[in-house]
Write a new protein. Structure first.
Length: 287
């Protein structure tokens, strides 16, 4: 694994750097055989925002992928991740039926969702489609474990021009990741400004970007990005003031703060608070 600290001041500069060195095959500085890239942002901040900006790039001569696959992985459920990939590839009814049959068998056997593995037959279908294309996988990993791309049927061999760009950045994880937690990559990249500082504007952009991702993930219409932002800042403030969220009843107490203090309102406030709590990782609150 190579290690690179890149001197970029903002999200736009970081995106251009990835295009120049890792995406544009016509660039004289293009890094061949660097297929799996990990990006840690500026001391843990901004990685998710950079990945979002890249995923929204229009196709061009410089960004010439046939397909961009965007994955958000919040729980250790390999089957769900594989299903997400299959849906993005539009693999069709036959693959949907394979998932349905295997899920029924696993239900009968009492296998928990977190223990359900990838389905080899589906991986073969994924490989068959992607082997014919040049693609980019953008992956936000909200678990504490790396994944094996081959198990999902994603051909990221070092002799191809396909790329995976990922980060251990689930929304509101604003701490650097130890390199020892990232093993199966070709390059570990982090960013640094010329002055060594992280501007407030970048932190604000990261917070808003994370709020959008988390609001989308919860699938609760009343949880707008602004409300998610307020909920996180409120918990961060409580954590800073030594309010302890640990314990057996934190799944009750945390939504109570949001609802009782009027941050989350309406008839479905309690359910919305519970859904947000499930998605937000409190161990990464600042203190």
């Amino acid at each position: 694994m190579k290690r690179a600290v890149v001197p970029v001041d903002n999200i736009s500069d970081a995106v251009n750097l990835f295009i120049k060195y890792h995406f544009n095959t016509d660039s004289p500085t293009y890094e061949r055989r660097q297929n799996i890239l990990y990006f840690d942002g500026w001391d843990g901040i901004g990685a998710s925002a950079v990945l979002t900006a890249i995923s929204n790039l229009p196709r061009s001569k410089e960004f010439n992928f046939d397909r961009v696959i965007t994955i958000h992985f919040s729980k250790s459920e390999s089957r769900s991740l594989q299903r997400n990939i299959a849906e993005q590839l539009k693999l069709g009814t036959s693959v949907v039926n394979v998932f349905h049959k295997q899920d029924e068998d696993d239900d009968f056997e009492g296998i928990d969702k977190t223990s359900r593995q990838e389905i080899p037959e589906v991986s073969d279908h994924i490989f068959e489609v992607l082997a014919k294309e040049r693609f980019l996988v953008i992956f936000r990993n909200g678990t504490d474990e790396e994944i094996n791309w081959v198990n999902f049927g994603i051909p990221l061999f070092d002799w191809r021009e396909n790329k995976a760009l990922w980060t251990y950045r689930w929304p509101f994880i604003f701490t650097p990741i130890l390199e020892s937690n990232v093993r199966n990559v070709h390059m570990f990249l982090s960013a640094v400004r010329d002055d060594g500082k992280i501007p407030d504007s970048q932190l604000t952009t990261s917070v808003h970007d994370n709020s959008k991702e988390l609001a989308r993930f919860t699938k609760v219409d009343s949880l707008t990005p602004d409300i998610v932002t307020d909920c996180w800042f409120y918990l961060a403030w409580l954590s800073f003031n030594d309010v302890n969220f640990s314990g057996h009843d934190e799944e009750v107490h945390v939504p109570n703060f949001w609802v009782c203090d009027g941050i989350i309102k309406g008839d479905g406030a309690w359910e919305a608070g519970s859904r947000l709590f499930e998605a937000m990782r409190l161990e990464h609150l600042p203190s």
